[in-house]
Design a protein around this ligand. Structure first.
Ligand SMILES: NC(=O)c1ccc[n+]([C@@H]2O[C@H](COP(=O)([O-])OP(=O)(O)OC[C@H]3O[C@@H](n4cnc5c(N)ncnc54)[C@H](OP(=O)(O)O)[C@@H]3O)[C@@H](O)[C@H]2O)c1
Length: 319
């Protein structure tokens, strides 16, 4: 039997690399291209590449990604680059006869005041969080591109484009620069450097009371591969043509205060933790309702302590 030819867009990123690590073990025929060889915002280059390669499956894990600071400082770059990447890939994949795509979105696509835990159906029910609105709009467009191409061409061309919405991720290959990092990498760096510099305390923004859900990136990668390969009948039993995205959360939630304590322990920082109540907290709680993916037979395998240790080891290796 022929091997499945798979293109992973964004294979150097945290998510793309986790998907690559798993798929490599399964002896698939995998194609990758670094940004210097293929800028995915370039329509002509993407068209040429996909027309030449014509993969069976595409994972879209390439995106311009960043934390609150980057999102609120560079909204034009976030909306433009993400719209271009996903439009170029999805449209030219369709033109080149690619039947299967898995698009990666994010939990920030959901309205700011969605009832918790957030169900897939909450999409477009009310206003988004303003700080990452540009990014979220681009990601919503990616979901709607997949759904619209399915609606128009699934029957005539046999295409099946799907999307996943992961919760907050962490793990090997995360980013530690101040502009792009999320809460776990930024706390790991803060505590590690406080230990090295023998600081007496670490100051954390906000009250420490907001709760966040976290998922180890390899668990997400397994979910992506499962959803990509699930047969249509099973997949559409759990979704529908107008809301075919699937939340992927761990169900594991903890407060920023408890997260800080765990990171303090793992980095062996011996000073105090202080919370700066003058600084904003962000959303009080953000948890996905992941019943759909749980009902499809996936559950996370890596518990938080193990995942955090792997992440800190990876950080130290590259520090
Ligand atoms: N990290 C999270 O907590 C999280 C949570 C939920 C959802 N997600 C979603 O998962 C996806 C992947 O996120 P990630 O954390 O893996 O991000 P990441 O580590 O920043 O990886 C993104 C990848 O996309 C590539 N890329 C960006 N622009 C490109 C362009 N114009 N041409 C070619 N390649 C380009 C980057 O290439 P370079 O290496 O050259 O920069 C990088 O390899 C995103 O859609 C994100 O929304 C992430």
């Amino acid at each position: 039997m022929d091997k499945t030819k798979i293109y992973i867009a964004g294979h150097n990123g945290m998510v793309g690399n986790a998907i690559l690590r798993i798929l490599k073990k399964k002896k698939n025929y995998i194609i990758t291209k670094s940004r210097k060889d293929l800028d995915l915002t370039n329509q002509i280059e993407v068209k040429k590449f996909l027309n030449k390669e014509r993969p069976d499956q595409i994972y879209i894990a390439a995106a311009k990604v960043g934390g609150i600071l980057a999102n609120s400082t560079f909204p034009a770059e976030f909306i433009y680059e993400n719209l271009m990447i996903e439009s170029n890939i999805i449209h030219n994949a369709f033109i080149s006869g690619v039947k299967k795509i898995l698009f990666l979105g994010s939990s920030c696509i959901y309205p700011k005041f969605s009832p918790q835990p957030i169900k897939e159906r909450e999409l477009l029910n009310s206003k988004l969080e303003p700080t990452n609105e540009a990014y979220a709009i681009a990601k919503i467009a990616g979901i709607k591109l997949c759904e619209s191409y399915n609606r128009q061409y699934a029957k005539s061309h046999g295409i099946d484009y799907r999307s996943v919405m992961p919760t907050n991720l962490y793990g090997v290959g995360d980013h530690y620069d101040a502009q792009n990092s999320h809460v776990i990498p930024s706390l790991i760096k803060k505590f590690h450097e406080a230990k090295i510099n023998k600081k007496s305390k670490v100051i954390i923004w906000g009250t420490g009371t907001p709760k966040r859900e976290f998922l180890y990136v390899d668990d997400l990668a397994r979910a992506c591969i499962l959803i990509m390969n699930l047969n249509k009948k099973k997949f559409y039993k759990k979704t529908d043509m107008n809301y075919n995205h699937i939340n992927v959360g761990s169900g594991y939630e903890l407060s920023i205060k408890n997260l800080a304590k765990k990171i303090k322990n793992i980095t062996s920082f011996s000073g105090q933790i202080e919370f700066d109540h003058e600084k904003p907290d962000g959303m009080k709680r953000k948890k996905l309702d992941s019943k759909r993916i749980f009902n499809l037979g996936w559950k996370p395998k890596i518990d938080f302590e193990t995942g955090l240790k792997k992440t800190y080891d990876d950080f130290k290796k590259n520090y």
